[in-house]
Design a protein around this ligand. Structure first.
Ligand SMILES: Cc1cc2nc3c(=O)[nH]c(=O)nc-3n(C[C@H](O)[C@H](O)[C@H](O)COP(=O)(O)OP(=O)(O)OC[C@H]3O[C@@H](n4cnc5c(N)ncnc54)[C@H](O)[C@@H]3O)c2cc1C
Length: 378
């Protein structure tokens, strides 16, 4: 007769209070918090490394790179920043992006300099507000990504900076995408050329992977890499399951696949100290790639060579971006209803909740999930 799992867990030698699937931000924050609260945790990832998409490592030339694309940390949450500060020191870094438009490299988000340089004008901050007002289109109800932009800066700036980029990135016209996608990019009337405006903008001083190593250092945490959880879930006794992979995969795609956008990364090393004027250059209208990023700007590393990454959006491949469209949100709701019925499983993170979250938002969501788990157990 098979013992109930709970009994095996209490009496067996090799047992864990929690099995966590995925060693990215969601899984690692929860592993750290639970281990700190005295729980025994097994965290598994099918990749050969921890840190999920935030993983960084040294390439063959000795340059610190982000294999899954440039990851820039920024947050307005003091709680999130203070929490992560237990595991890393920081290097202040403010990301800057230029867009290649009409033969010039212009600041994005669109600001006063973008408009002046693009149109050969000499407007002041006040005048550029009037300029935006004069070119903005009247949009009755802002529903799509196109509505957001043409309603703020008009059709010419929309066509030059947003339309092509969005079509490449998502394989869809902005008119087919939720307002949330382009609403993330602000428009400025001043000369602020920082990509983000958050209170805290900094990179982990020794990289993300080192920060994750510190998060997972507790003797209460066991890490298992190169392991799909499905291969061990029935053989390693554990209590609660925390799942941070794609929610549709968990349920065997029973309602069909949730659409994700993927990327192919082309990494290159150059025999020069610096290739780009800023961390990232966007190509909204030319080439098959959306952008190129140079890691040394972002990491602050000094090296006589430099490494860059080009991003080519793809329909197939690793799931990176949930595609924000109303019908996908509907499909996700059906999976979410199934997830709610699974009392012994908690779904957390970007893929498990099918949301376009930044790293800090995933940390905040995971800290909230920990508090909820603690509350339920008390
Ligand atoms: C190109 C790109 C650039 C980004 N840039 C930024 C940025 O600049 N700033 C920012 O704040 N955010 C950025 N993000 C978002 C950031 O990557 C995510 O917010 C964060 O990584 C989400 O963490 P997570 O733990 O939810 O997911 P992930 O990091 O994806 O971790 C999930 C883990 O689960 C594992 N897994 C899945 N299924 C299984 C299974 N069956 N068995 C075992 N393991 C499994 C996966 O291998 C993965 O390691 C970017 C994302 C992308 C794609």
């Amino acid at each position: 007769m098979t013992e109930p799992r709970e009994r095996q867990t209490r009496e067996g030698g090799q047992n864990f209070d929690y099995l966590i699937v995925g060693a990215g931000f969601a899984g690692s924050v929860l592993a750290e918090r639970l281990a700190n609260a005295g729980k025994r945790v097994l965290i598994v990832d099918r990749r050969p490394h921890i840190a999920g998409n935030a993983y960084d490592c040294y390439d063959d030339a000795g340059v610190l790179i982000h294999p899954y694309g440039p990851h820039i940390f920024h947050t307005n949450s003091k709680d999130v920043f203070d929490y992560l500060s237990q595991f890393t020191e920081w290097r202040p870094y403010q990301h800057r992006v230029l867009a290649s438009v009409d033969g010039q490299l212009l600041p994005i988000p669109i600001n006063l300099d973008t408009v002046n340089r693009l149109y050969g004008l000499n407007l002041t901050a006040f005048q550029v507000e009037d300029f935006f007002a004069s070119v903005a289109e009247k949009v009755e109800a802002v529903r799509t990504s196109e509505d957001v932009v043409v309603g703020k800066v008009g059709r010419d700036l929309y066509n030059k900076f947003f339309r092509g980029y969005t079509r490449k990135q998502w394989g869809l016209d902005p008119s087919e995408l939720d307002a949330s996608v382009t609403a993330r990019v602000p428009t400025r009337t001043n000369r602020d050329d920082r990509y983000f405006a958050d209170t805290y903008q900094a990179m982990p001083l020794h990289g993300y992977t080192r920060m994750f190593q510190n998060m997972l250092a507790s003797p209460n945490i066991s890490v298992m890499l190169n392991t799909d959880y499905r291969d061990i879930v029935d053989v390693i006794p554990h209590g609660h399951l925390i799942y941070t992979g794609p929610v549709d995969a968990f349920f065997g795609y029973c309602y069909g696949k949730l659409p994700y956008r993927s990327l192919e990364f082309k990494h290159e090393t150059h025999d020069t100290e610096q290739l780009l004027p800023v961390g990232t250059v966007n190509y909204p209208n030319d080439y098959a790639y959306t952008r190129v990023s140079e890691f040394k700007h972002i990491t602050g590393q000094r090296h006589h060579r430099t490494s860059v990454v080009y991003e080519f959006p793809r329909a197939e491949g690793d799931p990176y971006y949930p595609v924000p469209r109303p019908e996908n949100a509907e499909l996700y709701k059906r999976y979410e209803a199934l997830a709610r019925e699974r009392e012994n499983v908690t779904f957390v993170g970007r893929l498990a909740t099918y949301r376009y979250y930044n790293m800090d938002q995933v940390v905040a969501q995971s800290l909230a999930t920990f508090r909820k788990l603690q509350g339920e157990k008390e």
